[in-house]
Each structure stands twice: as structure tokens, then as C-alpha cells.
Design a protein. Structure first.
Length: 209
């Protein structure tokens, strides 16, 4: 039966993604409606979306991720990105790090900045809506973001980039593992397990589900 095949594929790791569990079940339900028809109507958009999801599942079962996919996307490209802010944290600037040689501090106040590997491709529709809230310890971005350098001044960042010049990379972002600290009435932001393990003892109290 289709349901048993889906459970078998999950056990073998052929299918993955927590959100995808519900979508796989919904597709199975749609299949049952088609096999045992009743009176229901869907739009062409719904039908196209279902066929697209089925295509992704088939691709994934055969070991081929779908670039830009909704269920089983291929690893996403990340760029070296500079995030810069003023002393009052009232202004934040974001740009590709290869533009650093053209940067300069505003006349009114100097900037601090970091360089990160993150999803940021000007002119493409793959922005990371959480990038402006980047935190090197906590996971607040939609896609994986890693600190490369900083914080420090614009001139120091430009000097570091001129020497190291980190290029783009690719990261898989499906089924990422986080831990969350629950300490009394406080619920903290999620962290990667390796980051949480490196915290000082004073910040490891509470429960970590």
C-alpha cells in the first residue's frame, strides 16, 4: 500500500524533512481521492502544485535534489556578505563583501561590521529575510549563516577580505538540528548543538529540549 511504502522510505532515510511529513500525507490523501473519486474540484494551480511536489519526491527518491525546490531543495549558494551598523544600532548596511574596497565610514560616525557566509544574491529572488538579525550564537536566519570575521572596523574588514577573499559555497538547509534553552520562565533562541556545548557553565542551566 502507498502508506506502507511511504513509511518504509522514511525509515530508510529516502524521504526527509519534518514539514514534508504532513505534505507527503496530504499527497497520499489526494491520491486516495483520485483513486476513489467523490465530488470535489480543484484549480489548475492546485493540480500543478501537486504535480510539482510529486516530481520533487520522485527526484529525491532517485538521489537528485531539485534546485529551488519546495520540499527537497538542492543545497543553496551562499556568498561572503558584510553587515555593518552604526554605534547606536539605528542603521544597518548589507552588501556583498567584494564591495568592501569601495566602502568608507559615514562622516558623522564610524561603522562596525562582520563578514558572514550567508544567502544574499542581489538581483535574485533568494534573500534571507532574517539576515539583518544575524546572531553568531543563535539561529535567527532562514538559511544557514556562518561568521567569517569580526566584529571590527570597515578598514580592518577590508584588509582581512583582501588577504583571505572567501568565495561562495553551498549548504544543505533541510533538517537542520537546533537545541533550545528553557530556563525557568525564559525561553531562549535556538542554537546549533556545537555552539550550545561551547557555552560557559553559567549559561547552560535549565533544560535543553
Amino acid at each position: 500500500m502507498l502508506g506502507h511504502l511511504r513509511i518504509w522510505a522514511r525509515r530508510l532515510g529516502l524521504l526527509r524533512g519534518q514539514r514534508n511529513r504532513a505534505i507527503e500525507q496530504a499527497i497520499a490523501n489526494l491520491r486516495n481521492l483520485a483513486a476513489h473519486p467523490g465530488h470535489h474540484l480543484t484549480t489548475p494551480v492546485d493540480a500543478a502544485g501537486t504535480l510539482s511536489d510529486l516530481t520533487e519526491i520522485i527526484n529525491h527518491l532517485w538521489g537528485a535534489p531539485t534546485p529551488g525546490g519546495r520540499l527537497y531543495p538542492a543545497p543553496i549558494r551562499r556568498e561572503a556578505v558584510v553587515l555593518a551598523w552604526n554605534a547606536a544600532s539605528t542603521r544597518l548596511y548589507t552588501a556583498l563583501a567584494d564591495t568592501l574596497p569601495t566602502w568608507g565610514d559615514p562622516d558623522d560616525e564610524p561603522l562596525q561590521c562582520v563578514i558572514v557566509h550567508a544567502v544574499c544574491r542581489p538581483g535574485h529572488h533568494v534573500p534571507d529575510p532574517g539576515l539583518r538579525q544575524f546572531d553568531s550564537r543563535c539561529e535567527v536566519t532562514q538559511y544557514p549563516a556562518d561568521l567569517l570575521w569580526g566584529p571590527g572596523s570597515i578598514s580592518d574588514a577590508a584588509a582581512w577580505y583582501a588577504v583571505h577573499q572567501p568565495g561562495p559555497d553551498e549548504r544543505d538547509y533541510l533538517d537542520r538540528t537546533f537545541v533550545v534553552r528553557h530556563d525557568g520562565a525564559e525561553l531562549h533562541l535556538p542554537m546549533r548543538p556545537e555552539v550550545a556545548a561551547a557555552l560557559p557553565a553559567t549559561e547552560q542551566s535549565g533544560q535543553w529540549p
